[in-house]
Design a protein around this ligand. Structure first.
Ligand SMILES: C[S@@+](CC[C@H](N)C(=O)[O-])C[C@H]1O[C@@H](n2cnc3c(N)ncnc32)[C@H](O)[C@@H]1O
Length: 357
């Protein structure tokens, strides 16, 4: 980024968001703070944070510093510890805010514990929240394991909770680039409608009707590629069933007269509760369990605006803060491990250096 870009932003007061949005009594501001979240979170004022997004330590997965959460012997104690933090999360988010928790599962005596779902049920039963969605992260590169008697786990849930129905929601921003990419750039997008050309050739239409059908097909494919429409279906006489079960109507008339009809599909691509992303690893990172910045970024776009405050109460390697900073949100991150806090600060420094110099 060059200096002109920074000056332009200051002129447009884009950077003012960082100071003017600071609520009174907010103790942390664009900071990574080392300590126990159970203590630190108490100092954050009620109704002051726009988004809490985090991946708490998983049950008995690994030993974090200073006896942090996850080391409990009993499943119930782990859920209890998480709910204690979650209750505070509910207190500090604004009525327009959201909480997103990502939790992994665990096997015990060869049986899956369904830990994430036990947490989600406890959260909805014990706290005043609504569970908006369970968004499934599909890992394109799960840890390769060769089990003989079970399949490799390759998904994890991200639970989206709110405390009022007035939550901010920018649906058009969610997975926007991915959806556009599908239609415009990848193979599936380019091949759209190709099968119909061969079906037209195979059909019993006259040569003139075939030419007209192919020309109409080329036009509609262009409309999809330019983003004018989302997709289409084509019906060819003798190949496909008649529209509306063969009842008289505009499309049936077209089919009889021209030998084909095209049904255009308008509107946006379906926004589904799944997100594909690889498991990430960073060179020289001391943290063993990083979550994908791509997923955090999608939630930030879906649930927040520029200048909003984003808290990760278990910041680890700093992924949430990095995404918040890159997207001009205010970040606050807590972690019990000094090593991870120092790493997160270093990672942020590199990102911000790139952004502002
Ligand atoms: C699953 S990791 C988070 C990883 C993070 N999402 C990332 O991308 O790097 C959970 C983190 O919670 C921290 N932790 C565990 N108990 C804690 C506690 N009581 N207070 C604050 N942090 C804690 C651990 O040190 C660990 O870094």
């Amino acid at each position: 980024m060059d200096k002109n870009w920074i000056m332009e932003k200051i002129k447009n007061q884009d950077l003012d968001i960082y100071s003017t949005n600071r609520p009174p009594n907010m103790p942390f501001w664009n900071e990574i703070v080392c300590g126990d979240t159970a203590d630190l979170i108490k100092s954050i004022p009620s109704d002051s944070v726009d988004l809490i997004i985090t991946s708490p330590p998983y049950f008995q997965q690994r030993e974090y510093d200073n006896g942090g959460i996850g080391n409990e012997k009993k499943l119930g104690d782990y859920i209890f510890a998480l709910i204690k933090i979650f209750r505070e999360c509910v207190r500090i988010i604004k009525p327009t805010g959201s909480i997103v928790f990502n939790i992994g599962d665990k096997y015990e005596d060869a049986s899956l514990l369904l830990m994430p779902y036990r947490f989600a049920i406890a959260a909805t039963e014990q706290c005043e929240v609504t569970l908006v969605n369970n968004i499934t992260w599909i890992k394109s590169n799960p840890t390769p394991r060769q089990f003989k008697r079970r399949l490799v786990s390759s998904t994890e849930p991200f639970f989206h909770f709110v405390k009022s129905q007035n939550y901010k929601y920018f649906l058009d921003k969610f997975l926007k680039s991915v959806n556009q990419l599908k239609v415009n750039e990848n193979g599936a997008g380019r091949n759209i409608g190709k099968k119909y050309f061969s079906l037209i050739e195979q059909s019993g239409l006259t040569q003139e009707q075939k030419e007209k059908a192919k020309s109409a097909l080329e036009n509609v494919i262009r409309e999809v590629h330019s983003g004018e429409i989302q997709g289409f279906r084509m019906k060819i006489r003798g190949i496909h069933s008649e529209p509306f079960g063969g009842q008289e109507g505009g499309r049936k008339i077209q089919l009889d007269k021209n030998g084909f009809t095209i049904i255009r599909i308008y509107g946006n691509p379906l926004k589904k509760d799944v997100i594909n992303a690889p498991v990430e690893s960073l060179k020289n990172c001391p943290h063993p369990a990083i979550y994908p910045v791509k997923i955090v970024e999608e939630f930030l776009k879906l649930l927040t605006q520029k200048g909003d405050i984003v808290l990760d109460p278990f910041i680890g390697s700093g992924s949430t803060a990095v995404v918040a900073s890159q997207n001009e949100r205010v970040y606050i991150g807590f972690d019990i491990s000094m090593e991870y806090c120092l790493y997160a600060q270093k990672r942020l420094g590199i990102v911000q250096h790139k952004l502002f110099i």
